[in-house]
Ligand binder design. Sequence first.
Ligand code: ZN
Length: 210
Amino acid sequence: MSALSSSTDEKIAYGGQCHCGAIKFVARSDKHLVAWDCNCSICIIKKNTHFVVPCAQFVLLREVPPEDRLNADEAHAAAKGSAYPGHWGLPPKIETRDLRELPGGYGMGSTTLANWIQDKLDIDSGPSLVEEADHGSLSLYTYNTHTAKHTFCRHCGVQCFYHPRSNPDGVAITLNCLVPFHEDSEIRPFDGQNWEDFLTKSGIQAFSKE
Ligand SMILES: [Zn+2]
């Protein structure tokens, strides 16, 4: 169990990444996710089904060095066999021989492992704005009103999150980029071809408010 899943407001921590693993993020949202299947000109091409969280509930992790990247297949495999949340990746390969209590209720283990767990817990508990992150693997695409900020990985091309035009004060996270996959999701249609009319009707703007 991650440190965040015990929070009182029934929010849980999610982790995810692009395909190559250069971009990783954590976010907090409801256990039951509401995701949007939009038919606007760009979402329909990308098949981008996304859920929206307030900016403060999203953390873009520091750039992952190439040697520490797990591609999507490896990340899902690691999440399956590990006692730790999937977005943490793999625990350190080499550990010291000392034994101590691990943070986060993970039992006993080495100081190396304890430090690794504490780093991950610190990251998960420290919300920050996307704009603050210095991340060389992110590219940006904008068009038309240039309100939506379509961020994507410049290596693998995957857009695992972006700032949507409907919620410029929030982050839209691609549902299929979560590691592990999240089954408890409700997919709602978003009529992006009639964007102005549908925006208020949809109620999507509430999702980026705290
Ligand atoms: Zn990538």
